[in-house]
Structure formats: C-alpha cells, structure tokens
Design a binder for this molecule. Structure first.
Ligand SMILES: Cc1cc2nc3c(=O)[nH]c(=O)nc-3n(C[C@H](O)[C@H](O)[C@H](O)COP(=O)(O)OP(=O)(O)OC[C@H]3O[C@@H](n4cnc5c(N)ncnc54)[C@H](O)[C@@H]3O)c2cc1C
Length: 323
C-alpha cells in the first residue's frame, strides 16, 4: 500500500498499541492544495492542515512529500501462528479470552483467511480456510514468548513464523500481498470482543459459513493508540478496543456477493460495534462514511478547512469530507 494513503488515514501499523498511530510520528507534509499552492505543513506552519492531514485522507489536497520520525526498533518478537480452519472455534474463543490481559508491548490480531492458491502463498495456507494469530511485541522477548505460549497451545499449528526478527521483516506479521489487487473492504470498530462475539463471527465467517472473504480480521487496539498524541489529529475513535475488517477480492464471479456478505459479517457483530470506523478501513464509496469515520466536530473542521483551501472543489471526490 502507498505510504501517503496509509498515513493520511491515520496509519494503524503492526505495533500500534506500543507506538501509537503511524501518523502520530509525522513531522511534515508537502501539500498541493485546491488552489494549486504548494504548502509546507508542520505543527508550526499551517497547523490546522497538520491536524487535518493526519486522518482526513485526501480532503485537503494532494500530499507530495512526507517526513516522519524513525523509531529505534532494530528487532521485534513476532510473526504469525497459523491454524487449520477446523480449529477456528478453539482459536477464536481462546484469542478472545487471552487478549483481555495483554500489556501494550504486545500487538495482536486474529484472521480467518481463505487465501487463493497463487504463487507466494505457502502451500499449507492455500485454497482452504485457515486462522492466523498475528503477533508483534517489543521489550523483553523472553517475556513476549511466554505471553504467546497459551495461544500457541490452543490447537496444532499448520505453520509458526513467530520469532525474533529484524524490523525489516515486520511484513511477516500480517503477510499481506504486496502486489496491487482489486479488493472490497468493510469495517467496524468494536467496544469489546468476548467469546460470544467469537461465536457470532464464526457463524458468518467460520467453517461451513460459505464466507466469500479472503480475510476477516479482528485486531486489538488500545494502548498507545488510545492516548492523544503530542499534536492532536483528525484521526477519531482512538478509544475503540478492537477493529473488525473484511477484505474480499473483487473477482468477476463474486463481485456482487462480496459487499453483501461483508455487510452481513459487520452486522453479525452489531451488538459489540461502536458504530465508528477508521479512515483506512471504511468502505471508500459509502455515503455514510464521513459520519462513521469522524466525530461531528472533526467533520465540521475538515469541511471548513476544505472550503478554505479548496474553494472551487477540485478535490470534491473520493474519500473527502465536504459540506
Ligand atoms: C490487504 C490490505 C491490508 C491493509 N492493512 C492496513 C493496516 O494494517 N493498517 C492501515 O492503516 N491500513 C491498512 N490497509 C488500508 C490502507 O492503508 C488504505 O487502503 C490506504 O488508503 C492505501 O493507500 P494507497 O495509497 O495504497 O491507495 P490509494 O487507493 O492510492 O489511495 C487511497 C486513498 O488514500 C488517499 N491518498 C492516497 N495518496 C494520497 C496523496 N498523495 N495525497 C492525499 N491523499 C492520498 C486518498 O484519499 C485515496 O483515495 C490495508 C489495505 C489492504 C488492501
């Protein structure tokens, strides 16, 4: 994915509970606004745009350069433990229980996956339902290994890639495809994810559910993400406990079905939903998007800034907030 799309959507990285949103580490943007001016945007120069660009996606213009802090993290303890889909109930129930007591040095998500048998997809994971427990921890690696032990023991693993890895291998945690592909994402934030929520998810995306999604992921949030950063931003809903996201491939034979099934998955967790969404995971073309992604206050300010910096509406399309 593109670094600017990621950062203007807040940036929920694999260490988000430990280091906060990736956009919290941005120092400066170069922006081309709706009147064609090139602006340097920092906490001290156009501070209102610095607030709005971190979460506001393309509302305020086109970002042409970005500067951000590099964190001193040479290594992490992480990767993913993959289980057979037949063990999905044990894994999801176990994960829901286990992640209740995790310190913020630990980041985790659980994903029901149906990866296609394509080059690059490991044979044990291809063409079948599997469950990935993603894990990334900083700090004491022996302690991180001890914390993961109960999840490793929940069922026999098909593959286990967790270990001490150089930061350059952080992609091993989510193992997302690196090539562009047409996908449909749906999403909601959750206030909790308990064993009853796990049951509800299994019914729509687990074994025998006829799910058409490539990935259905529940990611634990909280920790450093929940705290306001040094420079406040337009990234809202920092207090949510979990994020539920579906990713489906828009192949011609299922193009109609993927969004309908995604809505069913999101709806099944309605009891646990906050009703909010994060900008990077909310469906791009949903007319109700702005109301779900931003608080009323943030929406008002983003729209007012867009009027000021793009009075003729050059960027009035896509993932933008306008009145
Ligand atoms: C498999 C998968 C896994 C993902 N995992 C994560 C994750 O872990 N964490 C996370 O936060 N997100 C994740 N995402 C979401 C991803 O961050 C967003 O889709 C992001 O918008 C991708 O940006 P892009 O530039 O690649 O895409 P594009 O389609 O090019 O851009 C998407 C949007 O970003 C904005 N944008 C892009 N470039 C610019 C620019 N130069 N100036 C201003 N606005 C711009 C625009 O609003 C644009 O419509 C994932 C997506 C997929 C498909």
């Amino acid at each position: 994915m593109g670094v600017v799309g990621f950062l203007t959507g807040g940036g929920i990285g694999p260490l988000v509970r430990t280091v906060g949103a990736s956009s919290d580490h941005v120092r400066a943007f170069e922006l081309v606004n709706g009147t064609g001016d090139v602006l340097r945007v920092t906490p001290d120069e156009h501070a209102e745009l610095f607030w709005g660009l971190r979460g506001g996606k393309a509302t305020l213009g086109i970002v042409t350069a970005v500067e951000f802090d590099l964190l001193p993290i040479p290594e992490f303890y992480g990767g993913a433990v993959y289980f057979d889909g037949a063990d999905a109930a044990a894994v999801l129930r176990g994960w829901a229980h286990w992640c209740g007591g995790l310190p913020e040095t630990v980041n985790t998500s659980v994903a029901l996956q149906q990866l296609p048998p394509l080059p690059g997809v490991p044979e044990p994971l291809a063409g079948r339902l599997t469950v990935a427990v993603r894990y990334a921890a900083l700090g004491d690696f022996a302690e991180a290994e001890r914390i993961l032990a109960p999840m490793r023991a929940v069922a026999p693993a098909l593959m286990d890639t967790v270990g001490v890895l150089p930061y350059a291998a952080i992609g091993a945690v989510h193992a997302d495809p690196v090539d562009p592909m047409p996908v449909y994402e749906d999403h909601t934030l959750l206030q909790s994810f308990d064993p009853a929520a796990a049951e509800a998810l299994l019914a729509v995306a687990g074994p025998g559910s006829e799910s058409v999604q490539v990935i259905v992921e529940v990611r634990q949030l909280g920790g450093a993400l929940a705290r306001e950063p040094r420079h406040r931003s337009a990234l809202c809903h920092r207090d949510a406990a979990f994020a539920l996201t579906t990713i489906g491939a828009l192949m011609p034979e299922i193009v109609e079905v993927v969004p309908v099934h995604a809505a069913a998955v999101i709806g099944a967790l309605g009891r646990w939903s906050t009703g909010g969404q994060l900008p990077n995971f909310a469906p791009a073309m949903d007319p109700g998007r702005a109301a779900r992604v931003y608080t009323e206050d943030a929406r008002h300010w983003l729209a007012a800034l867009a009027e000021r910096y793009d009075p003729t509406g050059v960027f009035r399309t896509g993932q933008v907030v306008r009145t």
